[in-house]
Design a protein around this ligand. Structure first.
Ligand SMILES: [Zn+2]
Length: 164
C-alpha cells in the first residue's frame, strides 16, 4: 500500500503527453471517484478547462468545505459551483422543468437540493468565502464563461498586490 502510493509513476500516466503544464491536472484518487459518481460533467469540464487555460489554479470538489464546491481558489478565498440546471433548480431555465411523472416526489427532491445549496452558500459566506455560481446552460455560453474568468483574474491580481 505505502510502496504503491510512493511510486513516482502513480497517477501521472496522463500528464506526460501534454508536457509540464498538465501535471497539476492529473487525476487524483478522489477525482477518479467523483468521475464515477458522474460529477465531472460536460459543463464543469468546460469551465475547468477555460479557467486552467487562463492560468488560474484551483482545487477540485473540496470535501472539507460545505457543499463540496466544484472549484476552490484558496488564495482568492473564492469558490465556484457549476450547477446542473435540473438538479439545482435553475429558476426560469428551460432545463429545469419538473418531470410530469411522480412530479410531487420530484418537487420535494429538487426543493431539498435547493435548500441544501442555500445552506452551503450561507455557511461558506460565513466562513469568509465568496461564492460564485455558473449554471450548466451558462457554461455553454463563451461570453458568460469569460465573464467568470474575468472576475477571477481580477481577484487574482488584487490578491497579488495585497500579499507579496
Ligand atoms: Zn439553466
Amino acid at each position: 500500500m505505502v510502496a504503491q502510493a510512493n511510486s513516482p509513476k502513480a497517477g501521472t500516466i496522463n500528464a506526460t503527453s501534454g508536457g509540464r503544464r498538465l501535471t497539476g491536472e492529473r487525476l487524483t484518487r478522489s477525482e477518479n471517484m467523483s468521475r464515477i459518481r458522474g460529477k465531472d460533467t460536460g459543463p464543469e469540464m468546460t469551465v475547468r478547462r477555460a479557467v486552467w487555460q487562463a492560468g488560474l489554479r484551483y482545487r477540485l470538489h473540496d470535501k472539507r468545505l460545505p457543499g463540496k464546491p466544484d472549484l476552490v481558489f484558496p488564495r482568492l478565498r473564492t469558490v465556484v459551483f457549476v450547477h446542473g440546471c435540473f438538479w439545482h433548480c435553475h429558476e426560469g431555465c428551460k432545463n429545469s422543468r419538473v418531470p410530469k411523472t411522480r412530479s410531487d416526489w420530484w418537487m420535494n427532491k429538487l426543493a431539498g437540493n435547493k435548500v441544501r445549496d442555500m445552506k452551503a452558500s450561507n455557511c461558506l459566506r460565513n466562513m469568509g468565502w465568496d461564492v460564485l455560481v455558473i449554471w450548466e446552460c451558462e457554461a455553454a455560453n463563451p461570453k458568460r464563461v469569460s465573464d467568470l474568468i474575468g472576475t477571477l483574474l481580477q481577484r487574482s491580481s488584487r490578491s497579488k498586490i495585497h500579499s507579496h
